[in-house]
Structure formats: structure tokens, C-alpha cells
Design a protein around this ligand. Structure first.
Ligand SMILES: [Zn+2]
Length: 486
């Protein structure tokens, strides 16, 4: 009689990606024999050398576990469905029957000497599937240490391109990689560290529509993202799929680390039910970050990931570790599961992935009408290009060149001929310092604060004001490359 065998995704690479196979069989044993006859590479994954079903392979007929029926002799009737369900050990790493080669045993000898790792632990590491969200500051030590430690399958998701300003902390990428996709340089670096590691790259942004598909099948997710939308997205997807989420975050001189696993402890929403309003917490791009800091926090995430795979030690589940690099001090906070958590509590209201930009209060970009409105209010010629500014400065025209950046930015560089420096946030209170008789040109780093300053000055009644388009970055690019870009 004709029955259907359902193949789990972990084994589909042995069945030419087929998810279901139809065959003729009257018992489960006959069905599985027919399966491995057709796909011989599956045999060692399902059977021991003695021909017994491997202990971690569970087989169900329709809804029933065959261990509670007649095992391999369980009879089948027409259109029955046989499901192969590989078990998950310790809630983390799927234990596949992997062996270590002589080369691998040599490579991992310092691990094998640790009773907490040993051959069994090293096999678990080899069988483990870990997904790194982001190949940046935190993703760098994560990818390098997990690869070196022998984690067999590393997924990396990143769509960014290496930039000069990344090199101060993102050691996966080198100077020669500037301009390349981060995924490519990460793959090269990991392959050089450990060719036994399989890297699966996803050159995409993680979104509500692809997150579940990408995360499904991983044993551990390590979150190295840098914005709240991604934090909530990774958390929610991990809770829905039952995957531990190894969390790390960095800002200026301070780092945080924890492990969120809703099955045994709190989730990220238990800690932060609502995101802070946009703009309250600046990003690393705005606030800066000590280059070594992600090295410390990402390494702690790598340790927690390895412990989860091994099932050793006490994880950071239920604890938030705070690290202050300026004072070189660690603190620890207890985290409790929030019984009213809208995601992992008993009465969840969040049951599917949502629009995380809207949840985090990030408005969609301005509409064409709104842009046209602002342009009309500012009038024609409210901006000038670096070339136009250069011509006016060279021509000796009277000009009040106003730098509206912060003092620590002024220390990095400024445009020669700058008349005054007034940070944009204090401009409204210091209008009296701005002379009203000369044309004013405002500038900042990239042109955004400068446009705000333009509006502030116009609102204060000054009429002859313009803003430098693209800021000092554009000046460096178009006029004077000796001015550093930061
Ligand atoms: Zn929760």
C-alpha cells in the first residue's frame, strides 16, 4: 500500500531536498528500508552499524510515536504518514552522529583536555548550528571564536559593505576588504581560521517576513544587531521557535550581555516591554563606541553560546551582566520572567511577527509632499554646494561660516575660515552671538543638523542664511581630502 514519509529539513540534503517521499510499505521498518534504498546517504543518519534505528531518531506514524506502538514492526495502512523527527538534546544542540577526524582531534586538543568538553563535547560543537545576526562589532569575535572552537555550522546574516569606519572594531574585516560585502570577508576570515566550519551566508536584512524561515533549524541565535527593531524581531522569532537568544549590546564604554530563553527564563520583552522612543538612545554611529568593547562583549556571547551547546556551566539566563570599561567594573542584575509578558507569558498578545519600525516608533520617511513643503518654506537656494562655498570663500566675499557641530567633533576637523562654533542644540539660546549683517552659511558633519540650524536662524528673523549641502563630509570629498572623514 502507498504511504508518505515526511523528511525533516535537517535531513533533506540527503534526499535531494525532497520534503516528502511516497513509497509502498506495510510496516514502518519496510518504509524506512525503502527510503534508505532510494537515498543511501541517509542510512548512517537513521541506523547504527548493527542496523538498529538510532536512539535520537524518533519516528511517528501519523501522531503516534512508534515506541508506544510496535516499533519498526508497527503496521501501516493506506495513506498513513510516517514522520522522522530528530530529537533535540538538552534543548540546544541537535546531536547528529558526527565523528572527528585525526586533523580535527589535533586542532581541538586543548578542548579535548577539558573534561567539560572532551570528545563528546567537541562532537556536539561540530554538530551545532549557530546563527549570527550581524557581522559587525559583536559578530566579529563571535564568528572568529566560534569558528576556532569548532562550531560546525555558522549562519551569518548581514547585508552591509565594509567601510573604513568599521575597521576600528570589526576585526573580521581588514583594510583590503573595504568596499566588499561583509558577508564575503567574514566567510574568507572564518575559512582561514577553520576550514572545517561550514558557513551559510544570508545577504539580507532580517525582517518580519524572512526571520522565521532563516532562524528555524538553528540551535542558538547570537544577536549582534545595533537597533531596537532588530532586537525585538530576533527576540520574538526566537521565543516563537523556542531557540535561545544570546544577547549582547554595546554603547560608548558600556556593554551588556544576557541569554534570553523563554522556556527557562525571561525574554527580552520581559525586560523591556516597550522600546525607548526614537532618538532617546543614540546609536553607536552617533554616540561612538570604544573599539575593544565589542571584543569583550562578543567574546562573552561566544562563551555563552558554547556553554549552551555543551550543556555545561550556568548560563546567563535570568541574569543581565553589565560591563563598564571606563571603571573596569562588572555588575550583575537579576532578571525575572514577567508573568504578564505579552510574548512569553501565559496570555500572549504578540502571536506573530509585527511591523518593528512602527512598534519602535520609527516613522516611515517623509512623503514627497512633506519634502516639497519643507523645500517651499526654506525657499530656493537655501543650500549651497561645497564648490559654491569654496568659490565664495576664495572670492573674499563677506561670509559668516557657522559650525553647528559638538566641540569634540570640532577637534577632529573643521573648514578653514570658520567664523564661530555653536552646537545646534544651543543655537536658539545663543542667537545674540550671530551677527545679522553678513550672509550666514551653516555646516555640520553631513548636512542634517545644519538644515535644523538654518530653520532656527530663519525663525529668529535672520534672512540671509544658507546651509552647506552634505556637510564637512562633502567638503572633504569634493574640495579638500586632507580633511578627515569621521
Ligand atoms: Zn517575555
Amino acid at each position: 500500500m502507498s504511504i508518505i514519509i515526511r523528511i525533516p529539513s535537517a535531513l533533506r540534503r540527503f534526499t535531494g531536498e525532497s520534503a516528502a517521499i511516497t513509497t509502498a510499505a506495510s510496516t514502518v521498518g519496510e518504509a524506512l528500508s525503502a527510503l534508505v534504498d532510494e537515498y543511501p546517504n541517509l542510512r548512517t543518519h537513521l541506523y547504527t552499524g548493527e542496523g538498529a534505528l538510532r536512539s535520537f531518531v524518533n519516528v511517528f506514524v501519523n501522531d503516534e510515536d512508534i515506541r508506544h506502538a510496535a516499533g519498526l514492526s508497527t503496521p501501516l495502512t493506506e495513506n498513513d504518514e510516517v514522520h522522522i523527527v530528530p530529537s533535540i538534546a538538552g534543548g540546544s544542540a541537535a546531536v547528529e552522529p558526527v565523528e572527528l577526524s585525526v586533523d580535527e582531534i589535533q586542532r581541538y586538543s586543548r578542548h579535548l583536555l577539558l573534561p567539560e568538553v572532551g570528545i563528546a563535547g567537541q562532537r556536539k560543537l561540530k554538530a551545532a548550528r549557530v546563527l549570527l545576526v550581524g557581522a559587525g562589532g559583536l559578530g566579529s569575535p563571535l564568528a572568529m571564536y566560534l569558528a576556532a572552537a569548532g562550531v560546525g555550522h555558522l549562519g551569518i546574516i548581514d547585508f552591509d559593505v565594509v567601510d573604513h569606519s568599521n575597521l576600528q572594531r570589526q576585526l573580521l574585516h581588514g583594510t583590503k576588504d573595504v568596499g566588499r560585502p561583509k558577508l564575503e570577508s567574514a566567510r574568507d576570515r572564518v575559512r582561514d581560521i577553520n576550514p572545517f566550519v561550514e558557513v551559510e551566508g544570508y545577504e539580507a536584512a532580517l525582517t518580519a517576513s524572512n526571520a522565521l524561515d532563516i532562524l528555524r533549524g538553528y540551535d542558538v541565535v547570537a544577536d549582534g544587531t545595533d537597533n531596537f527593531q532588530s532586537r525585538y524581531l530576533v527576540n520574538d522569532a526566537c521565543v516563537m521557535l523556542g531557540i535561545p537568544n544570546v544577547y549582547g549590546s554595546i554603547f560608548r564604554f558600556e556593554g551588556q550581555a544576557s541569554v534570553f530563553d523563554a522556556r527557562t527564563g525571561p525574554c527580552y520583552r520581559c525586560l523591556y516591554p516597550e522600546p525607548p522612543p526614537p532618538g532617546l538612545v543614540p546609536s553607536c554611529a552617533e554616540g561612538g563606541v570604544l573599539g575593544v568593547l565589542p571584543g569583550i562583549v562578543g567574546s562573552m556571547q561566544a562563551i555563552e553560546t558554547i556553554k549552551l551547546v555543551l550543556g555545561q556551566g550556568s548560563s546567563l539566563v535570568g541574569r543581565l551582566l553589565l560591563f563598564d570599561a571606563l571603571d573596569m567594573r562588572f555588575r550583575e542584575l537579576k532578571l525575572r520572567k514577567n508573568p504578564a509578558c505579552n510574548l512569553c507569558g501565559p496570555n500572549p498578545t504578540v502571536t506573530e511577527l509585527v511591523d518593528y519600525d512602527a512598534f519602535c516608533g520609527i516613522a516611515p520617511g517623509p512623503t514627497a509632499d512633506e519634502i516639497a513643503d519643507v523645500q517651499a518654506r526654506r525657499g530656493r537656494g537655501w543650500e549651497l554646494s561645497p564648490l559654491e562655498l569654496k568659490a565664495e570663500l576664495d572670492g573674499g566675499h563677506p561670509l559668516f561660516l557657522l559650525d553647528v557641530r559638538e566641540p569634540h567633533e570640532v577637534e577632529i576637523c573643521s573648514i578653514p575660515g570658520t567664523s564661530a562654533t555653536v552646537p545646534v542644540g544651543t543655537l536658539a539660546d545663543r542667537i545674540g552671538e550671530i551677527p545679522g549683517d553678513a550672509p550666514i552659511v551653516t555646516y555640520c558633519r553631513s548636512g542634517v543638523r545644519s538644515a535644523k540650524a538654518f530653520d532656527t536662524l530663519r525663525a529668529a528673523g535672520l534672512s540671509n542664511v544658507r546651509s552647506l549641502r552634505g556637510g564637512i563630509l562633502a567638503w572633504s570629498r569634493d574640495i579638500d581630502p586632507s580633511v578627515p572623514q569621521y
